[in-house]
Design a binder for this molecule. Sequence first.
Ligand code: ZN
Ligand code: ZN
Length: 228
Amino acid sequence: MHVARPGRLSEVPYHPVVDLIHRVIGPAATNLYVLADPRSREAIAIDTAIPSVAWLTELLAGRGWTLKLIVSTHGHWDHIGDNAAVAAHTGAPIAAHPADRAMLEHPEPLFAPFPIPPSVPAVELAEGGRIVFGSIVLDVLHTPGHTPGSVCLTLRDEAALLSGDTLFAGGPGRVDLAGGDPGAMVGSLARLAGLDPTLRVLPGHGKATTIERELPWIGAVVRAGSLW
Ligand SMILES: [Zn+2]
Ligand SMILES: [Zn+2]
């Protein structure tokens, strides 16, 4: 959003509202996303896998950004590993859905190649909730299935969906891990299928896609009422 002087709209150049920076982190190749409002210099980090603390603090220092919130899309170790370290370095609180709170507080690092420190969420992400910093506005969708407390976040104005491990390019997240629920995943996919098809999807692993590109298989899943 930019402020235009009346009558001079056509002279106002387009400035991106939100800076979106992405880095692939750690042994599970987790997508860590940093959103920042370049004007207010407020930033949010999403899914701080190990090792993200050094890169992230360097990025924040280099840009003059203040981290305001650490968001975990869900409680798996490859999305929460550096939560405690990043919180300690930046003072930013951690946000997660209450249904995954115990996974952050008592990590179960199944197949993790290193210990996962516990972290304590101070902010509850709930269905219909909204995260607002500067011009960053994220709406919270509770999308259980991969885990009970998985969330997706829609980023306003940038027409993007941060989909965690719920929706990937080419398929859904796993439902065979602890807390996975195939029926809930079908319901969550049905919700995502109803979003604006032009939404850019930024998943927890792998490459970006759009809702439109995924609609053929999501539609088949929703019609069948089953992932298989
Ligand atoms: Zn996961
Ligand atoms: Zn993951």
